[in-house]
Design a protein around this ligand. Structure first.
Ligand SMILES: Cc1ncc(COP(=O)(O)O)c(C=O)c1O
Length: 383
């Protein structure tokens, strides 16, 4: 879908590395260049025209991203990466924890939604408990999280979709269970955002983070949080910088030109027909699963009923790194290793070599999948 909107695809590669980072949509590329060419580039808060336009750019980017995530503009924080924002958020939460308090993390999560909580809990002498995905399907039902909730649970940190195997946990059930236990919820929506419409308000979580470079934009991350939670927690900050919400959560000067790209990428996602996108991506997922599943020597991991078009596999007799390198010789881009889903790959006994990951996005097509499947078949056959 909309393949012609992605100039980065013109070199002919089959780009199945989307879960690691998408190609940028043309309107985001133009918006960044346009902002830099205009005389509007300035710092924020000044008394002259360009500074006011810079302020307006930040405000309208917050509004557009808030529309995308169905959150409040006052709850939208920008940062360098989801990792940086989550480290900062978890550190602030850590200051509110008492010894013996508990945080729930999951073994389906990227380490960016695990390590920050381990560090914060460690400093506070709090404890992290892990929810495990179901052994065969790698689904994460609410019951898996409920099993590790307790009277001392303060926060639940959970993914909206696994960046390794695509499983989409039962977030509404998990949020409801956390609420019943009196806990707050932090959602990692980095992998989910390009694949599913998100509704922060309806989900009822307290904070959610995503990264625009996974949804056709530049390398800027977003934290969407309840404004009262952003006001209540205390992040480290400079003295003269604004102490208002959401500004108090942003360190230093924002990357204004990149924000112009974030706004354009969010507008692109908002105009996509999400039902058609879902049907397109589900078709690519089925083709990957059927094609790879029919090859002798290929093991596929996970079989969640609700999942993104992201598959993880190994090929008998070949290291994941060798498979990725062989596919690269045929201009097929996939990832190998653990993609920082360290808990999951360890849980599956796949560390340290990891596994191969291929993921589709809106711009991928049946030919990309055919090239992947044919390439893996040749590798498995040793030809
Ligand atoms: C599910 C998930 N969470 C978090 C991250 C980290 O995002 P960032 O690179 O913005 O720190 C990634 C990046 O791959 C991811 O896929």
């Amino acid at each position: 879908m909309h393949r012609d909107r992605f100039p980065g695809l013109d070199d002919g590669w089959a780009r199945l590395d989307g879960p690691a980072g998408s190609q940028m949509v043309d309107s985001a590329i133009e918006a960044i260049a346009g902002w830099m060419r205009s005389g509007d580039a300035a710092n924020h808060g000044g008394a002259f025209r360009a500074a006011r336009r810079t302020d307006a750019l930040v405000a309208s980017t917050r509004e557009t991203v808030a529309r995308l995530l169905v959150a409040e503009p006052r709850g939208i924080v920008f940062g360098a990466s989801m990792t940086a924002l989550t480290m900062r958020f978890a550190a602030a939460v850590g200051r509110t924890l008492a010894p013996g308090d508990e945080i729930v993390c999951t073994r389906l999560d990227h380490d960016a939604n695990v390590a920050p909580w381990l560090i914060a809990a460690g400093r506070a002498q709090a404890r992290v408990r892990f929810a495990d995905p179901a052994p065969d399907t790698l689904e994460l039902p609410a019951a898996a999280v409920e099993a590790v909730l307790g009277p001392r649970t303060r926060w639940v940190a959970v993914t909206a979709a696994s960046n390794a195997v695509g499983s989409i946990p039962d977030l509404p059930g998990i949020v409801a269970a956390a609420r019943r236990a009196g806990a707050r919820v932090f959602v990692d929506a980095v992998h989910a955002t390009p694949h599913r419409p998100l509704d922060f308000a309806a989900l009822g979580c307290d904070a959610l983070a995503c990264s625009a470079y996974k949804w056709y934009g530049p390398h800027v991350a977003v934290l969407a949080a309840r404004p009262d939670v952003l006001a209540e927690l205390t992040p480290d900050k400079l003295r003269p910088s604004a102490d208002t919400v959401p500004e108090r959560w942003e360190l230093g000067t924002l990357p204004f030109e990149a924000l112009a790209g974030v706004r354009a990428a969010a507008e692109f996602l908002l105009t996509l027909d999400r039902a058609a996108l879902r049907a397109h991506e589900d078709g690519l997922l089925r083709a990957m699963l059927e094609g790879l599943g029919a090859i002798d020597g290929v093991t596929l991991y996970g079989a969640a009923r609700e999942r993104t078009p992201t598959v993880m596999f190994t090929v008998a007799g070949h290291t994941p790194q060798a498979v990725a390198a062989a596919l690269a010789r045929e201009d097929v881009a996939v990832w190998d290793g653990n993609y920082y889903a360290l808990e999951l790959l360890t849980h599956l006994g796949l560390e340290p070599a990891g596994a191969v990951r291929a993921g589709a996005l809106a711009y991928n097509d049946a030919d990309d999948v055919r090239r992947l499947v044919d390439g893996v078949a040749r590798i498995a056959a040793g030809s």
